[in-house]
Design a protein around this ligand. Structure first.
Ligand code: SF4
Length: 141
C-alpha cells in the first residue's frame, strides 16, 4: 500500500490532507470552509489542511463532498469507522481510505478498474478522432 504523508498543519484526527500534492483547487473552501484552512509552505507554496474534524452528520456530509470533488484525491481518511468508509465508497471515493475491510476493498478495486477502462476508452476515441481529422495525404504517424 502506498504511503500517504499528512501535511503537518492538519489537526489530529482521522481526516487529513496529504502533504505536497496541493494545486489549490479551492474545492474544500467551497464545500466545507469550516473544516479546511490554508497555509503557506516553507517553500512559499499554498496548501490546504484540515483545520477541524467533522463532528456532526452535516459536517461529515460536507467533508465527503469535499473529498468527492477534490482534484487529486488528496483529502484522505485514516479511520476505521465502517459508516464513514461506506459513505466514501458509496461516493465513489473509497480510494482515499488508508484502511478498508476486504468487502469494501473489493468494491473500490472494481470502481478503480471501471475508471481505468473508461479512461482507456476515452483515449481510444480521442486517437480515432485525431486520425479522422488528419488530411488524407498524411497517412503516416
Ligand atoms: S483538496 Fe488538494 S488540491 Fe485542493 S486545495 Fe486541498 S490540498 Fe490543494
Amino acid at each position: 500500500m502506498a504511503e500517504h504523508k499528512p501535511h503537518p498543519a492538519n489537526v489530529p484526527g482521522d481526516f487529513y490532507v496529504e502533504d505536497g500534492c496541493c494545486t489549490m483547487c479551492l474545492v474544500p473552501f467551497a464545500e466545507a470552509p469550516e473544516l479546511f484552512g490554508r497555509c503557506q509552505d516553507p517553500k512559499g507554496y499554498p496548501h490546504c489542511f484540515v483545520k477541524r474534524q467533522p463532528e456532526t452528520p452535516s459536517e461529515l456530509a460536507k467533508m465527503v463532498s469535499a473529498i468527492r470533488c477534490a482534484e487529486l484525491m488528496c483529502i484522505r481518511y485514516h479511520g476505521s469507522d465502517r459508516r464513514i468508509q461506506l459513505a466514501l465508497v458509496d461516493a465513489d471515493s473509497g480510494v482515499v481510505c488508508d484502511i478498508l475491510p476486504p468487502d469494501l476493498q473489493r468494491r473500490v478495486d472494481a470502481q478503480e478498474a471501471d475508471r481505468k477502462r473508461r479512461v482507456e476508452e476515452l483515449q481510444t476515441a480521442q486517437n480515432w478522432n485525431r486520425r479522422a481529422r488528419k488530411p488524407w495525404w498524411k497517412f503516416w504517424g
